[in-house]
Write a protein that binds this ligand. Structure first.
Ligand code: SF4
Length: 239
């Protein structure tokens, strides 16, 4: 049997994809959101809103979580390195060391194997048509489909679609995440660029404090040779 499953990060592209799949009456058995535990509060609110819409259409939705907390893997888990040595904690996730991404892939694969053991999975991936370079295909017994690319939907179209359903990425202090960040991924993502980090420092101080708390638990700088504290000094100096 073929099962149609949407992988949803609750960012604008995957949310717009789910909404449009429903509008266009594409087959959709389940929507899966993998919660790393380091999502912005706005993401959780978007998931709640999307869940209500999915309930109305009787579509299964599942929120998966890693076996342990992000913080545990970050600074407490015993890790065996490729050189055969062991260290404590994976530290920052991003760049070439996207350990949580690997974990997410594994958790989703396990979910498919456990829930749909004899089925072929058609997985909808919400990459916008202006993100073609991010298309990658790999997972056993899984066919990946990129509906936004098929529909020619851009990142801006995705925001407009979500807005039509009253979905916005608003933080409790009123900051609209897509007005200050290029991508709404984990707030501690090592792939954030300087502009986004400065935006977190300026507009989202609660998360900046969380980043400082994380930096206190690892000796590895957040970015190149700069720790969160170095970045804070840089931003203060810039004014
Ligand atoms: S968004 Fe960044 S921190 Fe979160 S899992 Fe992906 S690479 Fe890791």
């Amino acid at each position: 049997m073929i099962r149609y499953i949407a992988s949803c990060s609750c960012g604008k592209d995957s949310v717009a994809m789910v909404l449009t799949l429903i509008e266009k009456q594409y087959p959709l058995d389940c929507v899966v959101f993998l919660d790393t535990g380091k999502e912005f509060q706005a993401i959780y609110k978007v998931w709640d809103k999307l869940s209500e819409i999915l309930d109305k259409h009787c579509i299964r939705h599942v929120r998966l979580k890693p076996y342990n907390t992000f913080d545990y893997y970050f600074s407490e888990h015993e890790v065996n390195t490729r050189s055969g040595e062991s260290k404590i904690g994976y530290s920052w996730c991003g760049g070439r060391c996207r350990w949580m991404t690997t974990m997410k892939t594994m958790l989703i694969s396990n979910f498919y194997k456990t829930n749909y053991p004899n089925d072929t999975i058609c997985e909808y991936i919400g990459l916008a048509s202006d993100e073609l370079d991010r298309v990658k295909i790999k997972r056993e017994n899984t066919v990946k489909i990129y509906p936004l690319i098929l529909w020619g939907m851009t990142e801006n179209d995705a925001l407009v679609k979500a807005f039509k359903y009253g979905i916005e990425w608003l933080e409790p202090n009123g900051t609209n995440l897509y007005q200050v960040l290029d991508r709404v991924s984990c707030y501690c993502c090592g792939n954030k660029n300087l502009k986004e980090l400065k935006a977190i420092y300026q507009y989202l101080p609660e998360y900046w404090q969380k980043l400082k708390n994380m930096q206190d638990k690892t000796s590895i700088p957040f970015r190149d040779h700069e720790s969160i504290y170095d970045l804070e000094k840089r931003f203060k100096d810039e004014g």
